[in-house]
Write a protein that binds this ligand. Structure first.
Ligand code: G6P
Length: 608
């Protein structure tokens, strides 16, 4: 969703800010803008559409400014128009604000400011911030921002410029991430480290209700209530290579092909063969506490929710602990019953998803131990949980999650193994699982070698408008994820179903025009899935099956088969989803879609 970058230093700000905005494109946006301080005062440019449109506006003029802020907007309040794009300015054109998040009490503040004579030019909630700061401004931008923010309800990550302070940016955060990047004679602010990683890997994460005054040499942080804060500088381990395409045509394809490596990273140093178990010290739970867990809730959104569903099968099957999976957006408004032994895992690639954060806080309030499975180190969810496990997948730029999904499942299998070995699982079975885990990265490589075959299948079906995905047991969530991937990036309508539910509705749709993707591995429900396949064929449906190597029986019954290597049933989803990722990718490319930035979608959903 929205992105922010700001710069104060010696370099020309415009190219640097535009480059930073481009690195934020992956988050999803519909307009962009920039504000900077030139000798002649505060200048801004903004427009609906892509960053290239903003660049075209900027190219017409010459800018020398070395201080500026820039923004990509994902519309919430007000359509994606030039006027609603950020920055927003006060009445005198002296103060410029860019903002991520939502100001919930903006209507009452706008009325109040209207009564005081302020004139608004946009439909956004953000604009009230510029006017509110103007209202309090008395020569000190930091103080005026603090005073304004003390009136605001909602979430914000903001950067503010004022004509009177040519080498300063004020930045603040509440609920929407913001970091300060520190350099030599230059400093940055950003909503996402990807925007500034080319310049610095030393950052300070602002906490909620903190405000920073940043100039080229220094920065000071205090709270909205003016309590001074001692900054903690942290080093980011992500490299520039990781946020670039590395020869692949799209980030999504690069990330699909990174999975052997990311899966190795997910298990590295976390397996203890001797004891047949997993080592997850980040959970911060003592042996006794782990033993007391008698109920697990897994909560997440989107693809991470599918990983949670797989986790439910894994934990119940291996550790015999009851598990519930909850959409974070539902959990936050329910009255969840939390007992002493309840543990809530929130699963989030970005660690910033608003609904998932809210679920975390709700469970915490009710006394649950809250653990995180996150990718982004230092993210809000990672910091607010009592403990957790990082998936170590590296930056995921493609909006459609791929490598984070497989790593989330891998980490959930580690959690299952750990909990299981403390309960009924034998040492021998624990070691069997570890052996299978070690083989997974190589097996993924084997599947990736079938890319050309999968592309050939995509070629036959990419013009279809509907798809059905079926799976059972551990692979039912994989059917959901396969369908989600396809609809997200190709805009083909796709539905995922547990295979046996087909006869309760979707079977009505099946005819010779309906391709059905069936995950039909050799597992305990294999025969049942073969019956479903027969039912589809009887209605002339076209079938693409993902099957276990050596299963010749299925090949005779379907139109296309993609074989994957054999593994333990518990780990099959990590393999079976790979062909579905590739199938979705190729079909989307063939349809001419923008695979990395699908329309209307955002990588990190920071609004409700
Ligand atoms: C968005 C993204 C999805 C992602 C979901 C949850 O919808 O487009 O790819 O699965 O948010 O994101 P999270 O960062 O919490 O895993």
């Amino acid at each position: 969703m929205c992105g922010i970058i700001g710069y104060v230093g010696k370099e020309k700000a415009v190219p640097l800010l535009v480059e930073g905005l481009k690195r934020l494109e992956y988050r999803g946006y519909d307009s962009a803008g920039i504000a900077m301080l030139e000798d002649k005062g505060l200048i801004y440019e903004k427009c609906a559409g892509k960053i290239t449109a903003l660049e075209a506006l900027l190219q017409e003029k010459q800018f020398d400014s070395t201080t500026g802020i820039a923004h990509t907007r994902w519309a919430t309040h007000g359509e994606p128009t030039d006027l609603n794009a950020h920055p927003h300015l006060d009445c005198k054109g002296k103060i410029a604000v860019v903002h991520n998040g939502i100001i919930e009490n903006y209507r009452s503040l706008r009325e109040l400011l209207n009564r005081k004579g302020h004139k608004f030019t946009s439909d956004t909630d953000t604009e009230i911030l510029a006017h509110l700061i103007e209202e309090y401004y008395d020569g000190d931008l930091m103080e005026a921002t603090q005073a304004a923010l003390s009136q605001v309800e909602g979430t914000y990550g903001i950067a503010v410029l004022c004509k009177d302070s040519p080498h300063q940016i004020v930045a603040a955060r509440h609920g929407s991430p913001l970091v300060i990047g520190t350099g030599k004679g230059e400093n940055f602010v950003a909503s996402d480290v990807a925007a500034i990683l080319r310049h610095t890997n030393k950052v300070v994460y602002l906490e909620d209700r903190e405000v920073a005054l940043v100039d080229p040499e220094n920065f000071v942080i205090s709270t909205v209530d003016k309590t001074e804060v001692t900054p903690q500088i942290q080093e980011i381990s992500w490299t520039l290579d990781q946020i670039e395409k590395g020869g692949f045509p799209h980030f999504m394809l690069k990330e699909i092909f990174e999975q052997p490596t990311t899966l190795r990273n997910a298990i590295r140093g976390r397996l203890n063969y001797e004891e047949g178990t997993a080592r997850l010290n980040g959970l911060n739970l003592q042996y006794e506490e782990l033993h007391l867990i008698d109920r697990v809730i897994l909560s997440a959104c989107g693809t991470a929710w599918h990983a949670a569903l797989v986790g439910e099968y894994m934990i119940e099957d291996a550790a015999l602990i009851p598990v519930e999976v909850e959409y974070a957006s539902e959990f936050r408004y329910r009255s969840p019953i939390i007992n002493e032994g309840t543990v809530l895992f929130v699963i989030s690639q970005s660690g910033e998803t608003t609904d998932t954060q809210a679920a975390l806080r709700e469970a915490k309030r009710k006394g649950a131990t809250v653990l995180g499975i996150c990718n982004v180190v230092g993210s809000t969810i990672a910091r607010e949980t009592d403990g957790g496990v990082y998936i170590h997948a590296g930056p995921e730029i493609g909006v459609a999650s791929t490598k984070a999904f497989t790593s989330q499942m891998m980490v959930l299998s580690l959690v299952s193994l750990l909990l299981a070995r403390m309960r009924t699982m034998s040492l021998e079975r624990g070691r069997e699982i570890i052996d299978a885990m070690y083989k997974i990265p190589e097996q993924v490589e084997e599947i990736l070698r079938k890319d050309a075959d999968i592309k050939a299948i995509a070629e036959k079906y990419y013009k279809k408008n509907n798809f059905l995905y079926l799976g059972r047991g551990f692979n039912f969530p994989v059917a959901l994820e396969g369908a989600l991937k396809l609809k997200e990036i190709s805009y083909i309508h796709a539905e995922g179903y547990p295979a046996a539910e087909m006869k309760h509705g979707p079977i009505a749709l099946i005819d010779e025009n309906m391709p059905v993707v069936v995950v039909g591995l050799r597992d305990k429900v294999h025969d049942k899935v073969l019956s479903n396949i027969a039912e589809i064929k009887a209605r002339k449906g076209k079938i693409i099956a993902v099957a276990t190597e050596g299963d010749d029986e299925i090949a005779d019954k379907v139109d296309h088969v993609i074989y994957i290597p054999h593994t333990l049933e518990l780990l099959t989803p990590v393999l079976s989803v790979i062909p579905l990722q590739l199938l979705a990718y190729h079909m989307a490319v063939m349809r001419g879609c923008n695979v990395d930035q699908p329309r209307n979608l955002a990588k990190s959903v920071t609004v409700e």
